[in-house]
Design a protein around this ligand. Structure first.
Ligand SMILES: [Fe+2]
Length: 334
């Protein structure tokens, strides 16, 4: 079963996880990027689309500005990149800033962006409304079956015509240097949009609905060791988590899966599941279907203005239902 093999995907294990490897190689052999598709896009908003890349350090003889010449924007697509090793410069909104591990880049349609990679960077991309992975799987299949056809310029031309890649090439950016804290395209759990405290758990809002055309939103849950999270028996939406730090045991379909640092947890809809943290964890909800921010804001409002309402269990039950939150309970032994 394909589904079962792809529940926990370890991005640091390229042999088992990189599905459609690709590299950007110059005629002289310099490789700019090693990339692989991890999950394919689905549905009208091309969601659950994930790639993993090693963006290679710029050529030593290049200045960083020369290395950043690939300036572009997308008409409809949203890109979210986790920078998980190395460091880079990002040119965005007429500014240039230094991006380091822990940072998350969130780019919206029309936003000009360019990058210069100063070291090899682990660059984990989550996309929606972007057609970059369309045809990747079937083009790979053609390559496996008929390498000569896949290399045929006529095929490349046809694929380009049909695909109509959502990419607008832009001029080299004119910029001012800026501290990363002042660049809104760069997010970091240390500078969340909002943050909410619970026993054993801090929930941080990283991107909002209105920064994702209403399609999804991203929260980061920082969970202490020993937190147990349970979900409703048959959750209505597919879920996608990124374990950026820590160690967690997910139980899916009654079977245990260990997710360590750098793992994606890909849970099919209707699959009964739960998790327990085996170490302190930082886990991101990359599916973003629950209206987390609204739920957290209203929960905080009730906790602040009318805490007696929380004594009735139906208050929380109704709030979860209203905002599509399928988490049914969180407990902390510590
Ligand atoms: Fe882009």
């Amino acid at each position: 079963m394909i589904l079962e093999k792809r529940i926990v995907i370890d991005l640091n294990d390229h042999d088992s996880s990189w599905l459609i490897p690709w590299k950007q190689e110059a005629p002289d052999g310099y490789v700019g990027e090693y990339q692989s598709t991890i999950l394919m896009a689905e549905g009208p908003h091309r969601e659950y689309s994930v790639t993993d890349s090693i963006m290679c350090a710029k050529r030593p003889e290049q200045t960083e500005d020369e290395a950043s010449a690939f300036s572009h924007a997308h008409k409809n697509g949203f890109e979210t990149f986790f920078v998980d090793s190395g460091w880079m410069y990002l040119y965005v909104d007429g500014r240039k800033c230094r991006v380091t591990p822990g940072d998350i880049i969130h780019l919206q349609p029309g936003q000009q962006h360019a990058m210069a990679f100063m070291e090899d960077v682990k660059y984990r991309g989550f996309f929606h409304d972007l057609n970059s992975l369309d045809f990747a799987e079937i083009a790979q299949h053609l390559k496996d079956k008929m390498p000569e056809a896949a290399a045929d310029p006529e095929f490349q031309r046809v694929r380009g015509e049909v695909g109509g890649m959502d990419m607008i090439l832009r001029e080299r950016p004119v910029y001012k240097d800026a501290p990363v804290e002042e660049v809104r395209a760069v997010r970091n759990p240390d500078r969340p949009y909002a943050s909410y405290e619970f026993p054993g758990c801090t929930v941080k809002v990283i991107t909002t609905r209105w920064e994702n055309a209403g399609v999804n939103e991203m929260i980061c849950a920082q969970l202490k060791k020993g937190v147990k999270v349970s979900w409703n028996p048959y959750p209505r939406e597919r879920e996608l988590y990124y374990v950026r730090h820590g160690l967690a045991e997910f139980t899916v379909y009654g079977e245990k899966h260990i997710a360590k640092e750098g793992c994606i947890v890909n849970i099919p809809r209707f699959a009964p599941h739960s998790l327990v943290t085996l170490k302190d964890c930082e886990i991101y909800d990359m599916g973003g279907k629950p209206y987390w921010f609204a739920f957290l804001q209203d929960y905080e409002a009730i906790r602040t203005y009318a805490p007696e309402r929380l004594e009735k269990p139906e208050t929380l039950t109704e709030l979860r239902k209203k905002f599509g939150v399928e988490v049914s309970g969180v407990s902390f032994a510590g």
